[in-house]
Design a protein around this ligand. Structure first.
Ligand SMILES: Nc1ncnc2c1ncn2[C@@H]1O[C@H](COP(=O)(O)OP(=O)(O)O)[C@@H](O)[C@H]1O
Ligand SMILES: [Mg+2]
Length: 361
């Protein structure tokens, strides 16, 4: 019998998506193919502590134990202790947002010289930043919502015209979305239609980031697709999210039981639209140099039915009922097999990188 692969399943972290991470890891832990993999759960607590294997296992068996101290921003430098885990063959980081999804954790794995699941440093960093994603997508010929970005130093300047709703509205229209450039799960995102709301929205978004995007509102429904793989990625079908009138896909609508948003997988849309969503997604995946996985989100615009890119998620929600796994299940890759493939893609990328020459003289 061949030896099983040891997987370090890292979850938790200090982002606003802490609870989402715990739920994703709980589902992965229960579904991973135990004939192939030995799982070592590694919980980054909300205080930034790398918990013992025993406590980590307890939390994955009963996720409620982890949600005692949510949203406390903490230093997670204890994660450096991963260097003392030589028995781990591959890391599976299921840490959303800040430090987990933005290239930082990925950089640590690179330094530790270990294979890992999901996007590498560059793709994780650029897809975490919605402005960088837009710039690269445009370059690949993919339509994005028109936007301006505001840096903190501009916001701090009372005379800067970007703080003026009428000035911004002249460029983008009166119906706007305001969001931190680097965030997730709709945290800090607002929809505004007047000066007072605009001011309030800027204040809110700057709580989370030093760069805020103001975008034209795209009216329509949300369409998402899932991409998997390295050099020859495969694209799943398309799912659709329809929000209640006057609402959008807020944190509550994403995760609360009384959500007013409805998900349809697969979407009931004409073939041409589905194909456009899929081909755009592949272009964006490649333009941002993703590997492993990403979920690519767009708006299907009312009226002209154009597909307008919203964002790329390097580490999408990964519970067994989340959009990403569901989209692959629907094209014949069950949750357990998807986990296996992701681990294999991480190891394949690592093995390839090993063949590159590193010149030190
Ligand atoms: N330009 C836009 N037009 C219409 N709706 C938007 C726009 N930008 C964001 N939204 C709404 O806000 C939600 C969250 O925005 P998004 O850019 O996806 O950030 P996050 O990373 O927090 O998910 C989207 O799912 C959508 O419902
Ligand atoms: Mg989103």
């Amino acid at each position: 019998m061949t030896k099983k692969t040891s997987v370090g399943l890292i979850f938790g972290g200090n982002s606003s998506e802490y609870e989402v991470s715990i739920m994703s890891a709980h589902n992965i832990y229960n579904a991973i193919d135990t004939n192939k993999f030995d799982v070592y759960p590694m919980w980054i607590t909300n205080d930034g502590y790398l918990a013992s294997d025993e406590d980590s296992r307890k939390v994955l068996n009963d996720p409620k134990l982890a949600v005692s101290n949510p949203h406390k921003v903490a230093n997670i430098s204890n994660i450096i202790e991963l260097k003392d885990r030589p028995e781990i063959d591959v890391f599976f980081p299921i840490v959303h947002g800040n430090l987990g999804e933005d290239g930082c954790l990925q950089g640590l794995f690179r330094i530790l010289d270990k294979p890992f699941v999901g996007d590498d440093v560059l793709a994780a960093a650029v897809t975490m930043d919605k402005e960088m994603t837009k710039i690269l997508a445009q370059r690949a010929g993919v339509l994005v919502a028109d936007w301006i970005s505001i840096k903190r130093f501009e916001y701090d300047d009372a005379n800067n015209e970007k703080r003026d709703y009428e000035f911004v509205a002249k460029k983008l229209g009166h119906d706007l979305f305001v969001k931190p450039s680097n965030q997730g799960s709709s945290v800090g995102v607002s929809h505004v239609t007047n000066a007072q709301e605009y001011e309030q929205a800027l204040k809110e978004a700057f709580k989370y980031d030093d760069k805020v995007l103001v975008e034209e509102t795209v009216h329509g429904s949300e369409v998402e697709t899932a991409v998997l793989g390295n050099d020859k990625p495969i694209v799943a079908g398309v799912g659709q999210i329809t929000n209640a009138k006057g609402s959008f896909y807020t944190y509550e609508n994403k995760y609360d039981d009384n959500s007013t948003s409805t998900l349809q997988i697969p979407a009931d849309l004409p073939e041409g639209i589905v194909e456009k969503v899929r081909s755009n997604a592949l272009k964006v995946y490649q333009a941002t140099e993703c590997s492993g996985l990403a979920r690519i989100d767009s708006m299907l615009r009312d009226g002209d039915h154009e597909i307008v890119l919203t964002e790329v998620n390097a580490l999408p929600g990964f519970t067994n009922i989340s959009m990403y796994p569901k989209l692959f299940e629907e094209v014949g890759i069950p949750y357990t097999d998807l986990i296996t493939k992701l681990i294999e893609y991480g190891m394949e990328r690592y093995d390839h990188k090993k063949t590159l020459l590193h010149k030190h003289d």
